[in-house]
Design a protein around this ligand. Structure first.
Ligand code: HEC
Ligand code: HEC
Length: 208
């Protein structure tokens, strides 16, 4: 400890000494902490994957792919940051099928041969689901909410919970539907779209 009556310069010298002495130790501790953290994460992943396998066998089929993350990893480097933006710019729904707006080709057949992209059929289906919700929600979040809440998927997954098919603010416990009527300028039909979009974002939320 620094003696209370030590001159300012003494204090500075002591602080410098302590910093130098512990810097190496600190580096070491951080490295060890990283190793421990990654081991723990790996273990956690292994156990949750097992738990998920167990639940998917009993419960209704549930997607294990996070379409938002998949889009970011596999498409985002060449395209818009958000899948919904790509969908609105390049795709459209024709008779319930998502097609390339320019050519009318089904999006699945485009992706089957597309700039080195390799997707399993589950992954393609997950992306199609993402584009579908992106097209149908028509940028309502961007229009009415993004100014204050930035990203729809991040905000929803962090702040909103689903219970018995209804959405609630995680912290306050307020039900979202009626709340949004007062909270924003979104119309009732826009709120319906938002709620559908949020349910989708929660349904596809990674379990870890
Ligand atoms: C390595 C870069 C690259 C990656 C990765 C990539 N794309 Fe593309 N994509 C392109 C280029 C370049 C074009 C425009 C030229 C073309 O149509 O091939 C394009 C065009 C498109 C179009 C519009 C096609 C049209 O005819 O209007 C869609 C839709 C599309 N990509 C979807 C995707 C999706 C979904 C993914 C992720 C699974 C993806 N792309 C990954 C490079 C890429
Ligand atoms: C002008 C800014 C603004 C706009 C626009 C806005 N919000 Fe909010 N919102 C806030 C603020 C501020 C809070 C309170 C923040 C908090 O509780 O941490 C909030 C809280 C919320 C909550 C409760 C979250 C919680 O943790 O309690 C939800 C849900 C919500 N907003 C959804 C929306 C949606 C959906 C839209 C678009 C239809 C929207 N908001 C538009 C500013 C805004």
């Amino acid at each position: 400890m620094v003696p209370p009556d030590a001159a300012a310069t003494d204090q500075e010298r002591i602080i410098r000494y302590v910093k130098v002495t512990f810097r190496e130790d600190l580096k070491m501790t951080r490295t060890i902490a990283k190793v421990i953290a990654s081991t723990a994460t790996a273990l956690l992943l292994a156990t949750t994957t097992n738990a998920q396998d167990a639940t998917t066998k009993t419960a209704a089929p549930q997607t294990t792919i996070d379409p938002h993350a998949l889009y970011e990893q596999r498409c985002g480097s060449c395209h818009y940051e958000h899948g919904a933006d790509l969908a609105r710019k390049k795709l459209k729904i024709v008779d319930g099928t998502i097609r390339i707006a320019r050519t009318g080709k089904a999006v699945e057949s485009l992706l089957a041969q597309h700039h080195g992209v390799t997707l399993t059929s589950e992954e393609t289906a997950a992306l199609v689901g993402l584009f579908d919700i992106g097209l149908r929600s028509k940028g309502v979040f961007q229009k009415h909410c993004a100014l204050c809440h930035t990203s729809g998927v991040t905000f929803t997954r962090k702040s909103i919970a689903v219970k018995d098919g209804r959405l609630y603010a995680r912290k306050a416990g307020t039900e979202i539907g009626p709340f949004l009527g007062q909270h924003s300028r979104a119309t009732p039909s826009e709120i319906e779209l938002l709620i559908e979009m949020m349910k989708y974002q929660l349904r596809t939320k990674p379990k870890t």
